[in-house]
Design a protein around this ligand. Structure first.
Ligand code: ADP
Ligand code: MG
Length: 738
């Protein structure tokens, strides 16, 4: 800023004012907090909510070698949590210090932390509970004829232990949790979901510790909400807790690694197959028998599912990972919810690959269900001019659709576009249709194995893809980070110290082509709600191709060509349906398209071009060339081309100026205030949506999927698909000179 400018002066004045405004006071005195205050603050960290108390108590019971643990909860745990076990109990002489902070039977010196096999080790849980609740312990040890009961407050016994009748083990009652932490109690009282969290916790514990029987119920309820019996198979325990519908759709996964680089672990678990449908991921993860969370692993698994399975289902995953104890730091989280692992990234990557492999192999044996693209219907149909849409009162915005769910729309010309054919249809198509057609085709294949096109031609094409793969580019694609879009076609990506420009159109075209080959004959379907006539679509494409709309006879010719192409496609319909899930009904209407990548719908404006390309460019007589041609046409159709509407964030904004109907004058786009009102706002917002959605897909669908599946051909290294634009080392040299 130039000195003396009005703004600079204003800032100086302000600063002076601010300095004058600060009132100096004597330094505050530092005092030692009362121990009870310290303890209560610390307790609030360990026992964050009722479920954390339950976790600590159940872990104590497991540490006490129990074979049966039962939990009773009243009022979401705020009134009462009672955990009873049949473990070894607590000695009478230990009761006086049982609930003092840092008293434990599990650790004597720091080094023990690394050879520990118990859940607890800090000696803090019980103590913490006594600072924020009323705790009563009843316990009996082996060989005793009676047990003892004693209550605790603020870490100490409220009275001498009283002899009482007791059954084997220990029962701990925690009453009136957070009675002295008003704010926390209030927030928890308002959230009614703590009992749900407790049930979830015990369900997870029960499937891992299948040598222990668990039960959990609400106080006064007869029926338990979690009830597991000792079982010898993990799958049985999953079945008894999560139900048959989960257990029957699980596949076993295992990874063992004894890497010299130090990544040593064993993982075994179960993952859901494509037949399992759920909205939320359930990852039940145990590391060295400790129930933990690991968001990085969860994300890695979700990516594989999203990219491998056409159906947008979230997985159910149970995994138990064993690592050398010295590779895990269990002491990084107050409630031990997270742990830190040596070489975590490598481990996650190995698990991710295994999950991917399992899913891919299983793909061949699954039953198919169709995917309907509901959001196409819901966002597009209101734009139909002929549908009775009641316009929203002016000023009221249409409900917001998340960007990633928006499908490109063209309000200016709905009639000529595919949107015109999309219309909501009652969802009463019987689900069985799809599985029926899968069964039908598998029977046909069995009867006439030759009809499966003897898939060696597809295998040859896949082998071709593999053999052309450029190892250097593969490494770049696998490990690059998406930075952002540099322009309409090039994305900026970083790999190690290099920056590249990557052509997303080329990349996505190749990825879609390769995926089409890999999923050959195993696609799920995008159902178009109202079938669109092939010949009209092809005619549309022919007209768009021709820049000279003057000559009328040409139109006639075009109609002829369109008819012929439509006929040709109808002849090939059965094959296109069976192998590529491009479905045309007997009336010559296109009604289904394949899902190539989950969460991605191609730009429907490109359907006409796609059909024309199928008609013109495919070599139908040679099997291999035919499959290659169709896959390439699909690849081109599904590629992430720039939307047809020009990008409004650059020069493209000119396109949206309202053409004055009376005069041919060019609108003034000199950046004046009126410019905004000169723009066609509807069209502009469509364009903005289309571009935003594409960018979302590039970042969240294209790049993650490329990392997993793309085998970049060597040609990409030289044809401008990847261009290195900078390398940090060189930039540093330049900076050094500055
Ligand atoms: P930590 O589990 O970290 O040792 P806690 O405060 O949770 O600390 O428990 C303190 C001690 O009380 C434990 O070390 C254990 O010896 C004893 N204890 C707690 N719960 C039980 C139980 N259910 N059965 C037997 N002993 C228990
Ligand atoms: Mg404990």
């Amino acid at each position: 800023m130039i000195d003396g400018s009005p703004l600079a002066v204003a800032m100086e004045v302000d600063e002076e004012f601010a300095v004058a405004a600060i009132v100096q006071r004597d330094p505050p005195k530092i005092q030692r907090l009362e121990e009870s205050v310290v303890n209560r603050i610390a307790a609030g960290e360990v026992i964050q909510r009722p479920v954390s108390a339950v976790k600590e108590l159940v872990e104590n019971s497991l540490d006490a070698d129990s074979s049966s643990i039962s939990v009773v909860v009243k009022d979401g745990g705020l009134k009462l949590i009672q955990v009873s076990d049949d473990g070894h109990g607590i000695r009478l002489e230990d009761l006086p210090i049982l609930c003092e902070r840092h008293t434990t039977s599990k650790l004597t010196k720091y080094e023990d932390l690394f050879s520990l096999s118990s859940m607890g080790f800090r000696g803090e849980a019980l103590a913490s509970m006594t600072y924020v609740a009323h705790v009563t312990v009843t316990t009996i040890t082996k060989g005793q004829i009676h047990g003892y009961r004693v209550s605790y407050k603020d870490g100490v016994m409220e009275h001498e232990p009283k002899a009482c009748a007791a059954v084997k083990g220990t029962q701990i009652m925690v009453e009136n949790l957070f009675y002295n932490m008003i704010a926390r109690r209030k927030t928890l009282q308002n959230s009614a979901d703590d009992y749900g969290k407790i049930v979830d916790l015990l369900s997870r514990m029960a499937i891992h510790h299948n040598e222990v029987s668990f039960s959990c119920r609400k106080h006064g309820a007869v029926k338990a909400d979690v009830h597991s019996v000792v079982s010898y198979s993990r799958l049985d325990s999953i079945r008894s807790i999560y139900g048959v519908s989960v257990a029957k759709n699980l596949m076993k996964v295992e990874v063992s690694s004894a890497d010299s680089s130090g990544c040593t672990f064993d993982m075994e678990g179960f993952i859901s197959s494509s037949n399992y449908v759920a909205k939320k991921t359930i990852l039940v993860l145990f590391i060295n028998d400790r129930l933990v969370e690991c968001s990085a692993l969860k994300r890695a698994i979700e990516i594989v599912y999203a990219a491998t399975l056409p159906k947008a289902s979230k997985p159910f995953v149970y995994m138990s990972i064993s690592l050398p104890r010295e590779h895990v730091d269990i002491n990084i989280h107050p409630t031990k919810k997270e742990v830190s692992i040596l070489n975590q990234e490598i481990m996650i990557e190995m698990i991710q690959s295994e999950v991917e492999l399992k899913l891919r192999n299983a793909n061949d044996t699954r039953t198919f269900q169709e995917q309907k693209v509901e959001y196409i219907q819901s966002t597009l149909t209101p734009l139909r001019k002929d549908s009775p849409v009641s316009p929203l009162p002016s000023g009221q915005k249409t409900p917001k659709v998340p960007v990633h769910k928006m499908v490109r729309t063209d309000a200016a010309d709905p009639a000529g576009r595919l949107h015109a054919f999309l219309q909501p249809k009652p969802h009463n198509l019987p689900d069985k249709i799809s599985s029926l057609s899968a069964v039908r085709s598998s029977i046909r294949q069995r009867r006439n194995p030759k009809e499966t096109a003897d898939l060696s031609s597809v295998q040859e094409l896949i082998n071709g893809v593999d053999s052309c793969c450029h190892p250097g580019l593969l490494e770049t694609v696998r490990n690059c980070t998406y930075v952002g879009m540099a322009d309409d076609v090039f994305a900026l990506v970083q790999h190690k110290t290099h920056l590249y420009l990557a052509n997303v159109v080329n990349l996505s075209k190749e990825l879609m082509y390769q995926q089409t080959l890999r999923r050959f004959a195993h696609f799920n379907a995008i159902q178009l709600s109202d079938p669109a006539p092939l010949s009209e679509l092809i005619l549309l494409a022919l007209k768009e191709e021709d820049l000279d709309p003057q000559i009328d006879e040409k139109d006639h010719l075009k109609e002829k060509i369109a008819e012929m192409n439509a006929e040709l496609l109808k002849e090939k319909a059965e094959m296109l349906e069976e192998y590529f899930s491009v479905y045309m009904d007997s009336n010559g209407n296109l009604s289904r398209l394949p899902v190539i990548l989950d969460q991605y719908t191609p730009d429907m404006d490109r359907v006409p071009e796609f059909l024309l390309c199928l008609g013109n460019d495919v070599e139908w007589d040679d099997e291999k060339a035919c499959f290659q041609g169709v896959s390439a046409a699909i690849g081109n159709f599904y590629a992430m081309h720039p939307p047809l509407l020009p990008n409004p964030s650059g020069d493209g904004i000119r396109f949206y100026s309202k053409r004055s109907e009376s005069s041919q004058e060019k609108p003034d786009l000199g950046g004046n205030v009126e410019m905004e009102s000169m723009l066609d706002q509807d069209l502009l917002s469509d364009a903005e949506n289309a571009w935003a959605q594409r960018e979302w897909s590039i970042q969240h669908v294209l790049f993650p999927s490329m990392r997993l599946f793309l085998k970049p051909p060597a040609s990409m290294a030289s044809n401008g698909t990847f261009v290195k634009v900078a390398s940090l080392e060189k930039l540093y040299k330049i900076f050094e000179r500055c």
